[in-house]
Design a protein around this ligand. Structure first.
Ligand code: GLV
Ligand code: GLV
Length: 327
């Protein structure tokens, strides 16, 4: 294949396989030398003169950054969620935006289950207890948690990841409810899932797992009213985006025992946590690890790079989210 003429910038070190896809295609690649999120000013300077920018969910690609990207033809996000990019501003400038769907579905679904198990069976609390030398023998009332098998799982957002989470529920003979604007026939047939309104799902589920993308209509989708609808024995799992949940309201609900616990991989003001969250015993709070496996991050890197190369070759990037820029 002919070499592409491309001056690409990557905002932070990613797996080498992704960089290789770019250099093998003939692109000149510069990777940020800092292993941290670039400051706004640094980002403005870094995107200038680049044909392509491979960016991360921690990079706010706002109208100003897009304005500074004077030669840029593509922002290839290294994530499935692209709420960090002002897509309308990119589209107005004719710049393509791409994401990395599909390759992280299983890893994220697995992590949602890891959170569900960890919080319901009190694994983190129990682990801390053992390490502290407090385990003095089996006891009838030690760390009793919630039942999982045979209970009801509520999936909010039955896209790729929500569906993958629901499919895993078969192994635990769970009843599955889902809330989504569209019917998901595959899910209904495979696990007997039932499509219900959000309030019904919140009232009836023992586990509520969030899998919507973040946008205006899903911001604070779970707030005080929704938490109050949940059972006091229910758990909330969030592997989507932090602002889908009103985190202050969640801290209050957990404190008051309005719900039993929460497993969160994402936070409203990531990486900041709302006051009190980290002090609660009934939360499990990993640092946004949904896609964090060696295999998945490698695939995300190669997919993001493949989108850049396709754009440079004048082809349609496989994961373009604003295809109207190509017309
Ligand atoms: C991770 O959160 C992603 O959107 O890929
Ligand atoms: C994202 O990949 C989703 O559709 O859930």
């Amino acid at each position: 294949m002919s070499k592409v003429d491309c001056n690409a910038y990557i905002t932070r070190r990613i797996p080498q396989q992704g960089i290789d896809v770019l250099t093998d295609a003939g692109a000149r690649v510069e990777v940020s030398p800092h292993d941290r999120v670039l400051a706004h000013e640094e980002l403005l300077a870094a995107v200038r003169g680049r044909d392509a920018v491979l960016c991360l969910l921690t990079d706010p690609i706002d109208a100003e950054v897009i304005g500074a990207a004077d030669r840029c033809r593509i922002f290839a996000n290294y994530a499935v969620g692209y709420n960090n990019i002002d897509v309308a501003a990119a589209t107005a400038r004719g710049i393509a935006v791409t994401n990395t769907p599909g390759v992280l579905t299983d890893a994220t679904a697995d992590l949602a289950w890891a959170l569900l198990f960890a919080v319901a069976r009190r694994i983190v609390e129990g682990d801390r207890f053992t390490r502290a030398g407090e385990f003095h023998g089996w006891a009838p009332m030690l760390f009793l948690g919630g039942d999982i098998s045979g209970r009801t799982l509520g999936i909010v957002g039955a896209g790729r990841i929500g569906t993958a989470v629901a499919f895993r529920a078969r192994g635990f003979r769970m009843r599955v409810l889902y809330h989504d604007p569209s019917q998901n026939e595959a899910l209904e047939q495979a696990v007997g899932a039932e499509r219900v309104g959000l309030d019904t799902l919140l009232r009836e589920s023992d586990f509520v797992s969030l899998h919507v993308s973040l946008n205006e209509s899903t911001h604070h989708l779970i707030g005080p009213r929704e938490l109050a609808l949940m059972k006091p024995t229910a758990y909330l799992i969030n592997t989507s985006r932090g602002p889908v949940v009103d985190e202050v309201a969640l801290v209050g609900a957990l404190r008051q025992g309005q719900i039993a616990g929460a497993g969160l991989d994402v936070y409203e003001d990531e990486p900041q946590l709302k006051p009190g969250l980290a002090e609660l015993p009934n939360v499990v709070i990993p640092p946004h690890l949904g896609s964090a496996t060696v295999g998945t991050r490698t695939k995300m890197a190669t997919l993001a790079a493949t989108n850049v190369v396709a754009m440079m070759r004048g082809e349609t990037p496989p994961n373009i989210v604003n295809p109207e820029v190509l017309q």
